[in-house]
Write a protein that binds this ligand. Structure first.
Ligand code: G3H
Ligand code: 13P
Ligand code: NA
Ligand code: ZN
Length: 305
């Protein structure tokens, strides 16, 4: 069923598990996400960025909405990194049940102002809202505390932000970054900070940049002819701990991109004569389903629907 973000994330935070929010760009990605959720009885969030809306538009949103309505587990369609009030409103008109307003790059008061406007409009239509406080970016373990504090979400500020905006869930900067290169060695994730914020803020917390970039997948990508540098992601144990500490929504895009492309490459490498799209995208879809399943097991959302 198609539900709001709150319907999925409030029980997750209360139950100390997290729900994957997977980015989609086409039918196969959407099927891998929603069919796996159905198979595992897991709630799930499917998200489209503004870039995904530009690429797939209402056609893609309608695919997500239709699969969600025909599934028996809770599914939300979420706008990822909405950049403005207009963008959030446009998504709501398209049928999204959850929107992010990301004004985290503005000064605090402006972030509050932009977020509030979206919250007021979205709530009037029964849609829930994600906002962000702090700056994402790979912060390495050795970086001194003062420098970390300049980017990472300040717990006291988070309290004020949530009170002043009325946002339903809050994305916090805890050292993760988007993409396949999250820093040298084992990427830094500030678990103590998550714990502190969750002690002060009762709404669900959101972790962006949470792909695992698994070494086996990176190796398969390379073996199939792909080129990639020192790719590294967030360790499964760190995500598990984060879920215990109040992270309820875990954003994953890079892992599905890698799986899709690896699947396509493997088929084309093995059989250069193949040109039946179903033979090319079918295995890619299967590989993405495996990635989604792994993530749901790690986050503890399996069997929660
Ligand atoms: O956070 C960004 C997501 O990975 C979406 O990326 O804007 O290229 O669709 P995109
Ligand atoms: P990854 O690049 O780690 O998959 O993060 C995706 C994300 O945060 C989307 O908002
Ligand atoms: Na988001
Ligand atoms: Zn993000």
């Amino acid at each position: 069923m198609l539900v709001t973000g709150n319907d999925i994330l409030i029980p997750a935070r209360a139950g100390k598990y997290a729900v994957g929010a997977f980015n989609t760009n086409n039918m196969e990605i959407t099927q891998a996400i929603i069919h796996t959720a159905e198979k595992l009885r897991s709630p799930v969030m499917v998200q489209m960025s503004e870039g995904a809306i530009k690429y797939g538009g209402q056609d893609l949103a309608d695919i997500v909405i239709d699969l969600a309505q025909r599934s028996t587990v809770p599914v939300a369609l979420h706008l990822d990194h909405g950049s403005s009030y207009d963008s959030a409103l446009k998504a709501i008109k398209m049928g999204f049940t959850s929107v992010m307003i990301d004004a985290s790059h503005y000064p605090f008061e402006e972030n509050v102002h932009e977020t509030r406007r979206v919250v007021e409009a979205a709530h009037a239509m029964g849609i829930s809202v994600e906002a962000e406080l702090g700056r994402l970016g790979g912060i390495e373990e050795h970086v001194v505390v003062d420098e970390k504090d300049a980017f990472l979400t300040d717990p006291e500020e988070a309290v004020k932000f949530v009170e002043e905006t009325g946002t339903d869930y809050l994305a916090i900067a805890i050292g993760t970054s988007h993409g396949a290169y999250k820093g040298k060695g084992r990427p830094f994730i500030d678990l103590a900070r998550i714990k502190r914020i969750s002690e002060l803020v009762s709404i669900p917390l959101v972790a962006h940049g949470s792909s695992g970039v698994p070494a086996e997948l990176v190796q398969r990508f390379r073996d199939a002819g792909g080129e990639i540098g020192d790719a590294v992601g967030i360790a499964d144990e760190d995500l598990q701990q984060a879920a215990q500490y109040g992270i309820a929504k875990v954003n994953v895009d890079t892992d599905l991109r890698l799986a899709m492309t690896t699947g396509v490459r493997e088929v084309l490498k093995k059989n250069p004569k193949e040109f039946d799209p179903r033979k090319i995208f079918g295995p890619a879809r299967d590989l993405m389903s495996q990635v989604v399943e792994h993530k749901m097991r790690v986050l503890g959302s399996v069997g929660k629907a």
